[in-house]
Write a protein that binds this ligand. Sequence first.
Ligand SMILES: [Zn+2]
Length: 248
Amino acid sequence: MSSGAPTITALDCGWLRTQQRTLSQGGSTDEFSLPVPAWLVRHPNGTVVFDVGLHPDLADGPESLGRMSKLFTPELDHGGTVGHRLAHHDVDPLGKLTVVLSHCHFDHSGGLCELPNARVIVQSGEWNAMLAAGGYERSLCDLGHDVIAIDGPHDLFDDGTVTCVPTPGHTCGHQSLRVLTAGGPVILAADACYFGHTLDDDVLPPFGFDFDQQRASLDMLRRERSSGTAIVPGHDADIFRRLITSTF
Ligand SMILES: [Zn+2]
């Protein structure tokens, strides 16, 4: 590969308004807004997008969310989807990108429709579960992309700098992305860790594929943090607001 460590740029791909209890066991009915990020990872040998945010239809209202519209109110501008965000950073959304999906939920896969020529890397168990269950996520995910279904860790550039790391529990095939930046290792945790405080208070969402697996994935993230890896949670507004202003 040519020289240079990969960089990470946060992309604001919408927000969701919901009650605290939607995402946290024992949470209140107080409402808050959570960011829906995508992450642009530039490597000397290719461009990766980790998660792709909300579907553009949600800029018109929550109707296309179906049953999830009872829980979430989307806050999305027409120019605020992943395709527009990538173009703003001089990345052609119609180009040969690599998309890594943490998992197939609507707030992580909705923008796939704007990246029609991407190859999609996803854990095979996640992809198969999405296909088998049908429903809303299937209409977002199963769009004819070149899908590379993997099992376990996956080194995208064979140099150890950008690696899919399984973090199951939230869903059966959830994965995070470990990036070795010039400033040190970073794990984009996605929904293996919703908030910064989750690593310390251990408060899990009220739903999930497997709570024991979620705790084991959090333990792994804590070990990584102890050894100096920066853990970027999936839906933490304060942390996201800090990151959105910089490339790291
Ligand atoms: Zn999510």
